[in-house]
Design a protein around this ligand. Structure first.
Ligand SMILES: Nc1nc2c(c(=O)[nH]1)N[C@H]1C(S)=C(S)[C@@H](COP(=O)(O)O)O[C@H]1N2
Ligand SMILES: [Mo]
Length: 321
């Protein structure tokens, strides 16, 4: 289990030893970030720091706690896409130890009344931390359930006060060759960039995540801060964010510029719009992949239709895929 301290390694995850309902209930906490410290350790991942829980409170955000069984910490931190560290699923866990998640800052700029550079400690205290248990569905056809720790991206958006011209929000992620050797490969045009429409970014499910399973984010999952947009394919959820830009025109996004026929700007999870090279109707849940494990049916908007469907009312989702 890569996020555990070395001496804890033999211990099973709480999710493995506690009945699911008790486990989920126990995790419906508000979390305070004050204790978060990520020290670079001798292992390949940053040493975990706790995001301390405040007992009792539940996330007030509709849809924030999926009832599916959370994927194991070993799978969440061992099976990753983070191409800055290589393209194999095990590469991020093996190589992301060179990422330095502190010191860190995020610059917010463009069409806002209050542009600012936030250092990590300021960001950690910007709003109360919550646990959000989200399904994550990769465009490649697999999915996980992750207990993230963070707060709604809308909290940050409101504080910088977008101008009337702000219609899109672009997320720029770290691209530093000294920390990310795989940037030498030309697999994508670095830095990895993603974007949302402003109203999508304001939807309370859109998360700024700082941790998972109650600990600061492991490097391979996008330390120290990433975006998580649970109703869209995983590639929309940029890791290790360094800048957030508010703009008027649709910004460039890495995957839709690399392969515009395969990856649209919206990238909403949609079983009715196949990838040109494979079906998107079903998915494999990581951790359930025994010999006889059935693929699951992929749900429209990854199961978050009730919460986000109205954002796309009247849009042809086959055209705006
Ligand atoms: N900077 C950056 N962010 C990224 C990626 C990446 O390669 N680089 N991969 C994306 C893809 S394709 C997916 S599926 C998710 C995977 O997140 P996870 O490894 O935490 O499950 O991260 C997304 N964010
Ligand atoms: Mo993905």
């Amino acid at each position: 289990m890569r996020i555990a301290r070395p001496r804890d390694r033999a211990e099973p995850a709480a999710s493995e030893i506690t009945p699911r309902t008790v486990f989920l209930d126990r995790r419906r906490w508000l979390l305070a970030a004050t204790a978060a410290v990520a020290l670079p350790g001798p292992a390949q991942t940053a040493r975990p720091g706790k995001l301390a829980p405040l007992a009792g409170a539940k996330s007030p955000v509709a849809g924030a706690v999926a009832t599916d069984r959370p994927t194991s910490p070993a799978d969440i931190t061992g099976y990753n896409n983070y191409y800055e560290f290589g393209t194999d699923k095990g590469d991020p866990a093996r190589h992301a130890g060179t990422l330095r998640p502190r010191p860190w800052s995020v610059t917010v700029e463009g069409e806002v009344h209050k542009p600012a550079t936030f250092d990590l400690d300021t960001l950690l205290r910007l709003a109360p931390m919550e646990e959000r248990i989200y399904r994550l569905r990769c465009v490649e056809g697999w999915s996980m359930v992750v207990p993230w720790v963070g707060y709604s991206l809308a909290e940050l958006v409101r504080r910088v006060e977008p101008t009337g011209n702000a219609r899109y929000v672009q997320f720029v992620t770290l691209a530093d060759r000294a920390q990310m050797p795989a940037l030498r490969s030309r697999v994508l045009d670095w830095p990895y960039v993603e974007a949302l429409r402003l109203d999508e970014a304001m939807q309370p499910l859109a998360l700024l995540a700082f941790g998972l399973y109650g600990e600061v984010l492991p490097n391979q999952n996008g330390a120290p801060v990433r975006v998580v947009v649970p109703w869209k394919y995983g590639f929309k959820s940029g890791k290790s964010i360094v800048a957030i830009r508010f703009v008027e025109q649709p910004p460039r996004t890495s995957w839709s510029s690399a392969a515009p026929d395969e990856y649209g700007f919206y990238a909403n999870v949609n079983p009715h719009v196949d990838h040109p090279r494979w079906s998107q109707a079903t998915e494999r849940r990581i951790g359930e992949d025994g010999l006889f494990a059935k693929r699951r049916k992929t749900l429209l908007f990854n199961g978050y239709e009730a919460e986000v469907g109205q954002l796309y009312a009247g849009m042809d989702l086959k055209k705006y895929f």
